[in-house]
Design a protein around this ligand. Structure first.
Ligand SMILES: [Ca+2]
Length: 287
């Protein structure tokens, strides 16, 4: 095998039923980049959503609107004024402090299982109300008031973005400028705020064989509820003709935080490889 060429480029596509981030990587040369998992640390409950009163959606500009979470006894534990957080856009976003052992040390902290009343208030008058049962620490929950009249982001993406401090509708942005959209980083389980964290094939060329490897990450944490991450490794001998074929045994691998590797015996024939990653189902996808 030759060793004088290396490269990687990305071909990303989001389909209605299945989204996949496709990474191409030439099987020549050495390409070793670490794949780092997004480390989510959000100890509080995050409650977020849109507010639609009648047919009117409350936006970030409607700063007279407050969203408050109250205990059953009326004591407020969290409050959000529309427009407070630029990254929340037209969503409200409540940060609810959660403790695990009764009695709470913090007067505004609540316990998992506690039922809160969430109110939309304008000019001192409650316009809408719902209840919310406090979940385990670190969870983000979407609770809409009314139904969206415009396209809203995928629920799973929005929860993930919220936990990372990104705007809830930021899926088409690229926060770390690494050429991979935030949505594709969500699908791949990489960190959208770290340009070094990307889905890559690691290719090591040896004298007798070439090793192709990648990390298959489990879909876990905020925003991935009920979903699994899948991977595939595909190959072809010529980029101008023929088609991509799954490497036998590598057409659908369930991500479980394992290292996946494939050993290619050295030959004179060029081979190209690409990796795919997708979530199934895509949390929050309309079906
Ligand atoms: Ca990115």
């Amino acid at each position: 095998m030759k060793t004088n060429s290396t490269g990687a480029r990305y071909d990303q596509s989001l389909r209605r039923r299945r989204a996949s981030l496709i990474l191409w990587s030439l099987a020549f040369g050495l390409n070793v980049l670490p794949s780092v998992r997004a480390d989510l640390s959000a100890p509080d409950n995050v409650l977020y959503g849109i507010i639609v009163l009648g047919t009117n959606q409350v936006t970030a500009g409607d700063t007279e609107f407050l969203v408050e979470a109250h205990r059953a006894n009326g004591v407020p534990v969290a409050r959000y004024q529309m427009g407070d957080l630029p990254e929340a856009g037209n969503f409200y976003k409540l940060q609810i402090k959660v403790e695990e052992i009764a009695p709470c040390r913090d007067v505004v902290a609540v316990l998992p299982g506690e039922v809160l009343e969430v109110l939309v208030v304008s000019n001192g008058v409650a316009q809408a109300r719902q209840t919310f049962t406090v979940t385990q620490r670190g969870q983000a929950t979407r609770l809409d008031f009314g139904t969206a009249t415009t396209n809203s982001p995928l629920a799973g993406y929005a929860a993930w973005a919220s936990a990372l401090g990104l705007a809830l509708d930021s899926q088409n942005l690229d926060a770390d400028g690494d050429g991979i959209s935030n949505l594709d980083e969500y699908i791949a389980g990489t960190n959208p705020t770290n340009a070094a964290s990307r889905f890559v094939l690691m290719i090591a060329v040896g004298r007798t064989n070439t090793l192709i490897a990648f990390q298959a990450l489990q879909a876990e944490g905020v925003g991935y509820e009920g979903s699994n991450r899948h991977y595939a490794l595909e190959q072809r001998g010529d980029l101008r003709s023929g088609s991509w074929q799954a490497v036998p045994g590598y057409s659908d691998l369930l991500g479980a935080n394992q290292a996946v590797s494939y050993n290619v015996p050295a030959t004179n024939a060029p081979l190209f490889f690409r990796g795919k990653v997708w979530l199934d189902p895509l949390p929050g996808e309309q079906r």
